[in-house]
Write a protein of this length. Sequence first.
Length: 295
Amino acid sequence: MKSFPLKMLAGLAKNAGFLAGAALFGVANAAFAAGTGLAEPGQMVMQEPVTEVARDIHSFHDWVLMPIITVITVFVGLLLLYVIFKFNAKSNPVPSKTTHHTGLEVAWTVIPVMILVVIALPSFKLLTKEIVIPKADLTIKVTGKQWYWSYEYPKDQGGFSFDSLLSDQTKLTADQPRLLTVDNEFVVPVNKVVRMQITAADVIHSFIIQSFGMRMDAVPGRLNETWFKAEREGVYYGQCSKLCGKDHAYMPIMVRVVSDEKYAEWLAGAKKKFASNGNVPVNVADITLSTQVQN
Ligand SMILES: [Cu+2]
């Protein structure tokens, strides 16, 4: 057994699903490459994580869920094969009349419960991390509308707001992905805790940026909160993730993560550019909410 290290076993379990998928669909290895900020064609794994929360979500998937799924699938598969070959009419002409087995019934109740508990513990820990917001460096409010997003930067960031709509798809340049590029992206500084306040003006939408491991529903009349701390500069995309009407597919999310200097530069420009929007400077909810942790 020593010659078969645990690490290798874990690695096997982790990749079993992907390998099975590849064998099944004849997908080349290159197709597994995860996109940064957006999905690559043929991609089968999650998008490259750029926040601690996203990394934790990936670890949870790779090291808790995938091994459990793999073991259960293999076990049930073998059990089925065993039943098919051992207990068919030909090889087992006189079937057993057994209808109940207390030990077995207890086992198939208790074992799944224990598996769920094993999944629940790290899951709750991760959920808590996602919704308990660390001391925020800046707050941005986003409102989902049919069918675009409005971003509001509060007074401490200049106090302006703007709409972000899908840009003209016939005028895209090579580096602008189709159905993801918007006219006004929102911009945040790198390595800063950004608190997102999320709501909707008409129907329920959902705000998601996969690479940040962040998703939160935008519900009319309700102010939801979540956060992210992007560790790498770049452009990241998301989509409205709750069916919200006919143009649900055409209200992407586009965020640019930049250095502090570039952020200050953008703020100054945005303040002027969006001043003529006629928007009143925004007041966001008080930061001392129950979910706020001062550290
Ligand atoms: Cu929507």
